[in-house]
Design a protein around this ligand. Sequence first.
Ligand code: AMP
Ligand code: ZN
Length: 476
Amino acid sequence: MLLYNTLTKQKEEFKSINPGKIGMYVCGPTVYDYIHIGNIRAYLNADTLRRYLEYIGYEVRLIKNITDVGHLTGDDINQGDSGEDKLAKKSLKEKKSPKEIAEFYEKYFKETEKEMNILPASYFPKATAHIEQMIKIINGLIKKGFAYEKNGNVFFDIEKFSQYGKLSGNTLENLKIGARLEEHPDKKNPWDFALWLKAPEKHLMRWESPWSVGYPGWHIECSAMSTEYLGETIDIHTGGEDNIFPHHEAEIAQTECYTGKKFVNYWIHVRHLLVNGEKMSKSKKNFYILGDIKEKGFNAMTLRLLLLSSHYRSNLNFTWKGMNQAKVNLQKISDFVLNLEIMAAQDLDIEISAKIPLDEFQKRFESAMNDDLNAPLALSVLYELINEVNKLTSAQRLPSKKSQEILSLWEKMNSVFGFKLNGQAEIPEEILELAKKRQHSRQEKKFQEADNFRKNIEEKGYLVEDTGTGFNIKKK
Ligand code: AMP
Ligand code: ZN
């Protein structure tokens, strides 16, 4: 499998450190607000990668952290260490403790992931539960001369790490000619970044440390948690493109200087989800959450399909028109699966002369995914399969065995796409059963019985329509 590695800026053949096993770290949410669909894009891509690695036989250990301290409001312009703590700010605004804020938004995050059918991480470690490990790493960095303390604050000295900038291109030289920073009086160099900050008097979150009562910088948490749960060198680390700098550049600097080893083999970054051409973000308040999507009458799987329909390394501009198109396509997939399920359950022992080259479809699906996770191309292979099957079934039924074979290919593909069709979109199981019985009666030419089923379905608030490929069920 080829994967584009931000570190080497090219597609590389993927090789795991240990045979058959993969350690993967996903930068998780800062839990001070609802996760928006841009964040979902980042987690969904990590999920697609994990699902495909499992599809080709790897066992994946995936760690996704919960940032509940240390992420400051100045991360867009600075080294991620200026401004106020995002959680503390929200907690003052909502008059709740930072812990309450974090728990509330963490719960929402997990519910959103579940609805999106994003497979749960092996573990979701919290930053606040790993302060001790962070202190240990910071201590080690000071001892080795990569970090310095002043007035209770500790900074990483980027001049000491000659490879600084290897991920983002922001070497010290390039930074010097770039934008100016707000200077911190204790920093030797404005581009040094904070490992530990002394807490101002009213700062809500504070811990004892050898340097001051304070709190950790944002970047150190990911080094602490990834080494704790995945070891010193990990296979894959993912995030959105805004994580490349300063966050991931800083993670590399502090981890590699501490361990003396390479930190991550493959860095995978998702381009941003845009709205009206601008990055969707919490701080710009131009975001949609899953609840907004559902309010407009779409379900989570429609969003999943929309997000999978563009390659993760191109920007995606979110539009409602795009959602409508995704809804049509999801319905097409649902109809296809339902039709096959009906035919597979019916003992149809008929002969057909037409051949559907299932092996070829599978190979094309795999080669799309092998090429840097080209999910949109893989989806187009699925649509082609659907069209081919539909063409056949508009004229004849398929033998049950054939339907089973196609269904099993669909299930393989769907272990990667991850659609939960939930009894076909939003149709309750009971209605679906009645529709299947009606279809069966029609095929046996018991039209009176079929009509009774239809009436029963209508009484329950749904309409059933016959199509070339089976039937559709709609809410009245
Ligand atoms: P945050 O909660 O801000 O730390 O973001 C969580 C994850 O979502 C990070 O990996 C970000 O890079 C990613 N992310 C944030 N905004 C977007 C966006 N508009 N499109 C894609 N990924 C995003
Ligand atoms: Zn991180």
